[in-house]
Write a protein that binds this ligand. Structure first.
Ligand code: ME8
Length: 516
């Protein structure tokens, strides 16, 4: 079985997660579920980044000790992922001992290799962004290039990692591996950056008198490890590097690492060089998605314009939120978040198109056949359904879009079938068939629709897993998460052996949202 290892960034625990964090984990989960459907063995890693001064400061501001503060925040993240049906296999925390050991061993290894040295550091450091900037960058931006805050110059002795030594290798690697950075716009951004800037060595220590919340620097007890150098290593420590050779061999290199475009350089420049220096292969792909914005401003803790996904889910439900996030924007692009946008999507696609279809079909099944439709002996796929059923055009188009991570396109194709089914009901006029007592035709008609809805429930599983399961339940089928597959020819055969749909109408799947 082919393996598929995917990761999300590790989120800082200085604040609760917002809709941007939810977005990264929802797209990752959709990819994870799709690959499982597609018969791959998947390992999905997410977690929390727990070091750095800003976390300690946040705890101080909250008036609690740092450990307690972190534990509380970690629970909020875990709770969110559970409620959003994120199917991660492992939730890594950078405070875990096995991870700390890996970070310290990596530094010792690099030091023995001659890739780490001590020198004076002079530069600009932004605590909220945990990032160093050069004088030119700060002057050009009039502050921190990331968050625009004022930042101070610091001069101190520190340990450096020889990033510059690998700049030639990195340029060649990126040139020879066009799939390493996606989408293309981000690939070009990194290539441009490397062409116009020479790589400077990376300062990977912080003196304890200034930054006390971090992993002890193994070469010098007066220092802690720079939080990014620590956090990036989670992607390998999380799959057994340093603890379980076989596990690491099985899963590494990561097939895809999802990040937001804000942390592109850390992942597309620093990270592959760290791995190269450690004699480890780089990940196959780093995918940098766009930002959710409100009125053209990035949603972020520092801007204070956050949307709380837990609150939003209470209003619209987890699957509707997942649908909105996945349907609304193509994943490399920025997207505009608005309540009107959510209401339109949910009312039109979910309540009108899909919810109504299911409601009508289940109603007819109850009314005409007492909630049990037996497989007609002479059933043929209606010609209108041929492009959508079994190993069809729909399946091919869906696979192509999903493999390209073009989630809106995949959903559009599936909705094409939903629309055809709604039209089929209008065209077939079942109320007339019922009046004329054409039970055979009515039975074939409903069988086709029930089978169509069952197929749709498989396709939407990566997007709305709970909804897919509850639709299957309403059709009297069981959608077994561990066995569900996109192998429609196999699955389709199930149809031939299944004798009936015994429906059980549940609560409306997608209640309309009142606009006011
Ligand atoms: O950067 N739109 O953590 P972080 C879309 N700990 N995605 C967004 C977003 C928005 N408006 N805002 C945040 C860190 N994100 C480091 C990572 S990895 C080894 C260490 C998402 O808590 C997006 O994935 O600041 C972004 O990259 C991430 O949250 C930043 O999370």
């Amino acid at each position: 079985m082919e393996k598929y290892y995917l990761t999300t960034p590790l989120y800082y625990v200085n604040a609760s997660p917002h809709i941007g964090h939810a977005y990264t984990n929802v797209i990752s989960d959709c990819a994870a579920r799709f690959n499982r459907l597609n018969n791959k063995e998947v390992f999905f890693l997410t977690g929390t980044d727990e070091h750095g001064e800003k976390i300690k400061k946040a705890a101080e501001q909250a008036g609690v000790d740092t450990e307690t503060f972190i534990e509380e925040k970690v629970l909020v993240f875990k709770d969110l992922w559970k409620k959003l049906h994120i199917s991660e296999h492992f939730f890594i925390r950078t405070s875990q001992k096995f991870h700390v050991d890996v970070v310290q061993k990596a530094i010792k290894f690099l030091s023995d290799k001659g890739d780490i040295y001590k020198s004076e550091y002079e530069g600009y450091y932004c605590i909220p962004c945990e990032s160093f900037w050069t004088k030119t960058q700060v002057q050009e931006a009039g502050g921190c290039p990331e968050c625009k805050r004022n930042i101070e110059k610091i001069v101190e002795e520190n340990y450096f990692f020889k990033l510059s030594k690998y700049s030639g290798w990195l340029k060649n690697y990126i040139r020879d591996n066009p799939d390493f950075i996606k989408p293309k716009i981000r690939y070009n951004e990194v290539v441009g950056f490397l062409e116009n800037n020479s790589l400077e060595d990376l300062c990977i220590s912080r003196p304890k008198r200034r930054v006390s919340w971090g992993i002890d620097f193994p070469l010098d007890d007066k220092y802690v490890v720079y939080v990014w150098f620590d956090a990036l290593l989670n992607y390998i420590s999380g799959v057994g590097f340093g603890t379980d050779k076989d596990k690491f061999k099985k899963w590494w290199p990561a097939d895809i690492q999802f990040i937001g475009k804000d942390i592109l350089r850390h992942h597309a420049v620093v990270w592959p060089v760290m791995l190269k220096a450690l004699d480890i292969e780089p990940p196959r792909t780093v995918f940098a998605h766009g930002w959710w914005k409100i009125e053209a401003v990035k949603i972020s803790k520092s801007k204070g314009n956050i949307v709380n996904p837990l609150e939003l889910m209470e209003q619209i439900g987890a699957d509707s939120l997942r649908y909105f996030l996945l349907r609304e924007i193509t994943i490399g692009m920025d997207g505009n978040y608005s309540w009107e946008g959510i209401v339109n999507r949910i009312n039109s696609d979910l309540a009108n198109d899909f919810g109504n279809l299911i409601f009508r079909v289940l109603n007819m099944t109850e009314k005409y056949f007492q909630a049990k439709v037996n497989c007609p002996v002479e059933w043929r796929v209606p010609p209108e359904f041929a492009p959508f059923v079994g190993d069809s055009d729909l399946k091919q188009a869906y696979m192509k879009s999903m493999n390209a991570l073009d989630f809106p396109a995949a959903l559009e194709k599936v909705w094409g079938f939903i629309k055809i089914m709604n039209k089929y009901i209008e065209d077939m006029k079942p109320w007339i068939l019922w009046k004329e007592k054409d039970i055979e035709k009515l039975c074939s008609f409903l069988w086709s629709l029930l089978e169509g809805i069952r197929i749709v429930s498989v396709y939407i599983f990566p997007f709305m897993p709970r909804t897919a399961c509850s639709i299957a339940g309403q059709l009297g089928c069981r959608l077994d998460e561990s066995r569900i597959s996109l192998d429609m020819s196999k699955d389709y055969n199930v149809y031939w052996t299944r004798k009936s749909f015994e429906t059980k109408k549940g609560l409306p799947l997608f209640p309309r949202i009142d606009v006011n």
